[in-house]
Design a protein around this ligand. Structure first.
Ligand SMILES: Cc1ncc(COP(=O)(O)O)c(C=O)c1O
Length: 356
């Protein structure tokens, strides 16, 4: 068989062993999910759609696409729905990277950018974070005539940090027009900072080399359904549309996504919960001297020393978190916010572990 070398040598996706073996009853604080669950309206739509699963889904996700377009005041040609936003990362790599082409990204960010680039025979150019934040001037400086994509995770997973509107304005000015800037905004709904950039406005003004990635997996609480969407210039979206599998978004996801979008009260509740958790986690983690990184998301990273050992001890105590040494941020763990009761139990366990 003629295996492609750059795929054969990729590390297979393997959640950390401790998380993989997660027994029932363990509290999962490792995937930045919504602890309040999905919107009841999404669940109702899901039940109804389930009676029709002998039918193929709408290949164009038309109702959902139009619903998203109307919600954000864009024409449907500027919206594309995918099997999780992760699929869009894959499609971007597929559609824009030829062998040897470069994609610029941060070292210490969402791993898919790196993996999908390699998979296409591309060359990831990883730029170190500065103060746990994307160093946009260094990233702009890393662009060469081989660069096709520039990934910007804002807010950044796993640090929860954001780049400001002014920083991004500068990046947009510096990056050449033929490099597509991919702004992954998976956590945008949690952001409170007022200096956060409005990149949709840039798209509305006709910007072509910019695409925004969004997801139903985080604030909407539909991670298991796999549903993402993206905003971009009609020319870019039309191009990507040709690359996607015909039935990439399943029927249940389409129905539930549309219903979730209409349930603003659930979004407001989920945002309020995350924001309250953020304040609580900052206080608790500071009190434990764990140098938490100020976050704009539904998770927070903190310095625990031996991140692998603390993760293992937390697992023993019934909690999964994400150790960050594998992400290039050694010594830190990433903790997703749980329910109030889960968080209280978590801090009880963490305190005990740190006292040992
Ligand atoms: C920054 C970022 N982008 C994309 C994703 C993938 O989201 P989805 O579940 O929509 O594929 C995640 C999931 O953790 C993420 O953190």
């Amino acid at each position: 068989m003629h295996y492609k070398q750059h795929i054969a040598t990729l590390p297979p996706y393997k959640p950390p062993k401790l998380i993989r073996q997660q027994p029932a009853g363990v509290v999962k604080l490792s995937s930045n999910e919504n602890p309040l669950g999905p919107s009841p309206r999404a669940l109702a739509a899901l039940h109804e759609a389930a009676t029709q699963v002998h039918r193929y889904p709408d290949a164009g996700s038309v109702a959902l696409r139009e619903g998203i377009a109307a919600r954000f005041g864009l024409p449907p040609e500027m919206v594309l729905c995918t099997n999780g936003s992760d699929e869009m990362v894959f499609l971007l790599a597929l559609a824009f990277l030829r062998e040897g082409d470069q994609a610029v990204m941060a070292h210490g960010s969402f791993i898919s950018y790196y993996l999908r680039t390699i998979e296409m025979g591309g060359q990831p150019v990883r730029v170190p974070l500065r103060n746990f934040t994307h160093d946009l001037s260094a990233m702009a400086g890393a662009v060469t005539d081989r660069t096709r994509l520039l990934f910007l995770c804002n807010p950044n997973n796993p640090t929860g940090t954001t780049n400001t509107a002014a920083e991004i304005r500068q990046l947009l000015a510096e990056v050449p027009d033929d490099v597509l800037i991919v702004a992954d905004e998976a956590y945008i709904e949690f952001v409170e900072r007022t200096d956060y950039p409005d990149l949709l406005a840039k798209l509305r003004n006709g910007r072509e080399n910019l695409i925004l990635l969004r997801t139903f997996a985080k604030i909407y609480g539909l991670a298991g359904l796999r549903l993402g969407y993206a905003f971009g210039h009609p020319t870019v979206m039309n191009y990507l549309e040709r690359a996607r599998p015909t039935f990439n978004v399943n029927a249940l996801a389409q129905a539930a996504g549309l219903a979730a979008l209409a349930d603003e009260a659930h979004v407001v509740r989920s945002r309020a919960h995350a924001n309250a958790c953020r304040a609580q986690f900052m206080n608790e983690l500071h009190a434990l001297d764990l140098a938490p990184i100020a976050s704009e998301t539904n998770f927070i990273a903190a310095h625990v020393g031996d991140d692998m050992a603390v993760t293992a001890a937390l697992m023993e105590a019934g909690f999964t978190v994400t150790p960050l040494s594998g992400w290039g941020i050694p010594g830190y763990i990433r903790i997703s916010f749980g329910t109030d009761a889960e968080n209280a139990r978590f801090f009880g366990a963490l305190r005990q572990i740190l006292q040992r």
